[in-house]
Design a protein around this ligand. Structure first.
Ligand code: PLP
Length: 433
């Protein structure tokens, strides 16, 4: 009998957190590290929201509460979804969770049996692939390509749907690509699902970046299309749009109250409830007009940074970067840079174990971090299955303009440092995982 249950070998991770140890090692070596790896806005939660939470605490609202979420918060979420998605949602279909991450696992645990298939975007948020594998589903990555602006069509999805398809995960705006699904694109996907899928499949629509859109775009959701409300779990929360990552405020809207009761039961089994004083601030985020002002200010800043960084990256040799339309990431193709630095060659000569644990983009990521103090995320951090041969890095623009400029300048220097890369490989074999 083994100490650790077999299923734990299937649980993945989120490298954005895992990279922390490498960053700390660099900081301990005296380096100044620019953190392009982080998926958290570099803004504070708004003062009017902080006040609501601290007043609720002072008033003694510090005990357990309804495991589904306090009613005023569920009502505010239902009203928000009704207003922004054009579907009539009541609070009995809403469950509050600690962030928008838990509903991913809740969905896969609730709907998927061994051997069912789950389709998810790749590159995509790594927790999708992690949970798909953990629950014993068959992972079916929907590969998004740079040449097609990381978009996909109903035809691409149609090729992956089978009798065993049970869950289809969508994410728009997307982490890591910044791609945004259009209303017309979603209409085509909805039509396909109506025609090809059983009524008991579930779409998981991850809309955590719903507030962060550029170029005047407005958020679009699959749930707004005919026949989708009864099949879709919509998930979002306060982490990104309201700059509240540490608060752990998220939610899911389920197709039925019965399904919401299952999510509530999972909450009860895992963490009882989300702190009630935080949920009160969650209500204010939707209802206080001051929130919209803060969101606009932050999104305006992200858009300015995007407008600066995309051409700056494209000016570097061997880098090609698309223009994201939402979220706060850029996802450049760095294959030319890998080629110039000799990364592909170095990767090919690694011992087999090390070679399969890393990738050329992963080696470049470590070179940039350990030699130039720039933390980024490699392509394989966003879904490993089928990621071979794809040289991309994700850079978060949730950094000051000054840091973004300094970071891009460092990447530019690194791009011309083939000798430095060769030395790095020779000196730091141990960190190339
Ligand atoms: N979904 C996506 C696409 C994300 O990028 C993230 C966070 O990076 C989450 C969900 C999780 O959000 P939260 O921090 O609210 O749990």
């Amino acid at each position: 009998m083994a100490l650790i249950a077999r299923r734990m070998s299937r649980l993945g991770t989120e490298n954005a957190f895992k990279l922390g140890d490498d960053i700390q090692r660099c900081v301990d070596r005296g380096m100044d590290v620019i953190r392009f790896n982080l998926g958290a806005p570099d803004f504070r939660s708004a003062p009017h929201l902080n006040r609501v939470a601290s007043e609720a605490l002072d008033a003694g609202r510090s005990g357990y509460c309804d495991p589904a979420g306090i009613l005023p918060f569920r009502q505010a979420i239902a009203a928000h979804v009704t207003r922004t998605r054009g579907t009539e949602v009541g609070p009995d279909r809403v469950v509050v969770t600690p962030g928008a991450k838990p509903p991913i696992g809740y969905t896969l645990q609730t709907y998927v049996d061994d051997g069912d298939e789950a389709i998810y975007p790749s590159p995509g948020f790594p927790i999708y692939e992690s949970w798909v594998r953990f629950v014993g589903a068959v992972p079916v990555p929907l590969h998004l390509s740079d040449e097609r602006d990381f978009a996909f069509t109903a035809d691409d999805l149609a090729a992956l749907i089978t009798e065993r398809t049970k869950v289809i995960i969508l994410c728009s705006p997307s982490n890591p690509t910044g791609g945004v699904l259009s209303r017309a694109g979603l209409a085509g996907i909805a039509e396909l699902i109506r025609e090809r899928c059983r009524p008991d499949i579930r779409i998981y629509s991850d809309e955590i970046y719903e507030q962060i859109l550029f170029d005047g775009l407005v958020h679009e959701s699959i749930v707004s299309h005919p026949g989708m409300e009864e099949r879709t779990v919509v998930a979002s929360g306060h982490s990104k749009g309201f700059a509240m990552t540490g608060w752990r405020l998220g939610w899911a809207v389920l197709p039925t109250a019965e399904e919401a009761a299952i999510f509530k039961r999972i909450n009860i089994n895992i963490m009882s409830c989300v702190p009630p004083f935080l949920q009160e601030a969650g209500v204010a985020a939707y209802e206080d007009p001051a929130s919209a002002v803060e969101v606009r200010r932050m999104v305006g800043e992200f858009e300015k940074r995007r407008d600066w960084i995309v051409p700056a990256l494209n000016a570097l040799p061997g880098v090609h970067c698309r223009t994201p339309r939402g979220a706060f990431y850029v996802f450049p193709d760095v294959s030319g840079m890998c080629e110039r630095l000799g990364v592909h060659r170095a990767h090919a000569t690694l011992p087999a174990g090390a070679r399969s644990r890393t990738s050329p983009a992963g080696m470049l990521q470590m070179f940039l971090l350990y030699r130039y103090g720039v933390a980024t995320m490699d392509r394989a951090s966003f879904g490993r299955i089928g990621a071979e041969g794809q040289d991309f890095l994700r850079l978060s623009i949730a950094n000051s303009m000054d840091d973004i400029r300094r970071g891009v300048a460092r990447i530019g220097e690194a791009a011309g440092d083939a000798e430095g890369f060769a030395r790095f490989i020779a000196e730091e074999a141990a960190i190339l995982r």
